[in-house]
Write a protein that binds this ligand. Structure first.
Ligand code: DGL
Length: 287
């Protein structure tokens, strides 16, 4: 049996595309609806309540309006702020979230020092504290909040001396502390792999949880008997920001040369798709 309903994915911006790439690689025939809340980016600097409200409105759109069969919260900040709440609010739908991959890093470290780069929202969340508590006993965890890396990824992750310098400023203290594992605790960061490697060299293992999240999504769908092996693999990218800029960044960051991008906005707390013909109204409908 084939279940043609889409997989819903959400992030504040382009970061979740690092997860989407892995989902597509594993399940190329699935239909995907990807929401980027670029009108409210960066989530990492926002209060938990706010992130929760936006996440709930987007989840409502994807689950109730678009009948998504599963929701992937492809954003560490939204997972930290809202995952528990979303699971309570939408108990009928499987919701997959991001969790800092501290467990594998703690298992593999030889120096006993692991680094975690993240946003402020994820750093402050209970999820991070609980993951460190559960999986990093006896290991030193060096954390660095890196808001400028989110913005670099949104700009298409340019590999310039300036961007390498920004990465170096954040990462050099962790390198000097002796870390041999670096956990990417924000879905925007895998797009900066070239710059990270330039600063860190090739001796430090960089842990990106996206492949594991894609596998988990596939496992859940298989368990629900809800895979769609006969689908055409269509992806629709929806943004509450500038659709033209989003389209350009998608083609730069992932292998999708003609992405189908739609603009969205909010009206009275309801997230909705704007008509195709009227992208100029995007900005006026942001909350
Ligand atoms: N991609 C996000 C995360 O994983 C959010 C970054 C942001 O908007 O600050 O945390």
């Amino acid at each position: 049996m084939s279940d043609p309903r889409p997989i819903g994915m959400m992030d504040s911006g382009v970061g979740g595309l690092s997860v989407l790439q892995q989902v597509r690689a594993l399940m190329p025939t699935e239909t995907i609806l990807y929401v980027a809340d670029q009108g409210h980016l960066p989530y990492g600097m926002r209060a938990r309540e706010e992130i929760r409200t936006f996440s709930e409105q987007i989840a409502h759109y994807l689950i109730n309006e678009r009948q998504c069969k599963i929701l992937v919260v492809a954003c560490n900040s939204a997972s930290a702020a809202a995952l528990h709440h979303l699971r309570q609010r939408f108990p009928q739908t499987h919701i997959v979230g991001m969790e800092p991959a501290i467990k594998p890093a703690a298992e593999h470290t030889k120096t006993g020092v692991i680094g975690v780069i993240t946003t402020q929202a994820t750093y402050q969340g209970e999820l991070m504290a609980s993951v460190i508590d559960r999986f990093a006993q006896g290991v030193r965890v060096e954390t660095q909040v890196c808001p400028r890396l989110v913005l670099l990824a949104e700009e298409g992750a340019p590999d310039t001396p300036e961007s390498r310098q920004i990465v170096a400023d954040y990462l050099t203290p962790l390198k000097d502390a002796g870390m041999d594992q670096l956990v990417l605790g924000c879905t925007h960061f895998p797009f900066l792999m070239t710059q990270l490697r330039a600063v860190l060299g090739d001796q430090i293992e960089i842990v990106d949880p996206a492949p594991a999240v894609a596998r988990q999504t596939q496992r859940i769908l298989a368990g629900m008997d809800a895979l769609n092996p006969e689908g055409r693999g269509e992806v629709t990218y929806i943004t509450s920001g500038d659709p033209l800029k989003f389209e350009r960044t998608i083609t730069r960051l992932i292998a999708d040369s003609r992405p189908q991008v739609r603009a969205a906005g909010w009206r009275d707390g309801v997230f909705y798709l704007l008509p195709v013909s009227d992208p100029s109204t995007v900005n006026s409908t942001r909350s």
